[in-house]
Write a protein that binds this ligand. Structure first.
Ligand SMILES: Cc1cc2nc3c(=O)[nH]c(=O)nc-3n(C[C@H](O)[C@H](O)[C@H](O)COP(=O)(O)O)c2cc1C
Length: 261
């Protein structure tokens, strides 16, 4: 199985890299995994210019021609993603944030359903929860199922042996969880969709219909879909979600475009 590791630290051989190396060793105990390391530090990724074309009109209209497409394809070709960032001032590094901005369209039009993700951050001790939660939300919006989260305390000074042990244990547990979720990947596309997942889909689909003039790429993506992939959706989920959607749209009616007719 192929695992793509995207590392957002500007320090190539820093704590984040060392943590993933240790994680890779753990994986070797479980199965035949092929790890690929992608350092955002070495990737040619321009800063997002904020034109919004990728989200509204489609990624082909992004004016920046760089490694964004190659990274997207690498994610497509791998079975699992390990998304890694050091905590910088209570959140991901700027390298990671720019990458997330550059693939903003994926939050509207997810492309990686059926794949699994492990989220990893290294920190001096604070901001772990915030950073992991943020990365989990983003990878989930891209379509990944986040099956493992790991926060390590790797301060800019030598760790105590007890902290070293804690980190190793944390890595071991996270690797095992991720490995088990990858092992059960078969037939993932038939799996039952949860109410929350279906609700998220319906919100995007309905918003894209309401604003199709402004967001044609989203409209084209959702128009013929009942869900992101062929899935079984229970009748109660379908009816319940539609009722809640109506209420939500009423409460949030001011967020839509002005009706000039
Ligand atoms: C600019 C900067 C900001 C940081 N902010 C935090 C922080 O908010 N909380 C924290 O606990 N550690 C913080 N740290 C420490 C790093 O998260 C920690 O040392 C991490 O392991 C570095 O990983 P790296 O070697 O892969 O870059 C910061 C470090 C830097 C350079």
């Amino acid at each position: 199985m192929k695992i793509l590791t995207i590392i957002g630290s500007p320090r190539k051989k820093g704590n984040s890299y060392l943590a993933v190396k240790e994680l890779e060793e753990e994986f070797k105990n479980h199965n035949d995994y092929e790890f690929e390391y992608l350092f955002l530090k070495d990737a040619h990724l321009e800063i997002c210019r904020g034109c919004f074309n990728c989200v509204s009109k489609g990624i082909d209209l992004c004016p920046l021609k760089d490694d964004r497409k190659t990274i997207h394809e690498k994610m497509e070709k791998s079975d699992g993603l390990v998304l890694v960032s050091p905590v910088y001032v209570m959140n991901v590094s700027a390298l990671m944030k720019n990458f997330i901005d550059r693939v903003a369209y994926l939050c509207h039009r997810p492309a990686y359903h059926g794949k699994k993700a492990l989220i990893l951050c290294t920190s001096g001790g604070s901001g772990i929860k915030e950073t992991l939660n943020y990365m989990e939300m983003i990878a989930g919006a891209w379509g990944y199922k986040v099956t493992s989260k790991c926060g390590l305390v790797t301060a800019p000074w030598p760790p105590t042996s007890s902290m070293e042990k804690k980190n190793t244990l944390n890595l071991e547990k996270s690797a095992l969880r991720f490995h088990e979720s990858l092992r059960s990947m078969k037939n993932n596309n038939d799996k039952k969709v949860s109410f929350k997942e279906y609700m998220g889909f319906l919100i995007f689909k309905n918003v894209s219909e309401n604003v199709k003039k402004y967001m044609p790429a989203d409209y084209d993506f959702y128009k013929n879909k009942d869900y992101y992939y062929p899935a079984k959706i229970g009748i109660i989920t379908k009816i319940g979600a539609r009722i809640i959607l109506k209420i939500l749209f009423f409460i949030m009616r001011d967020l839509g475009p002005r009706n000039d007719n």
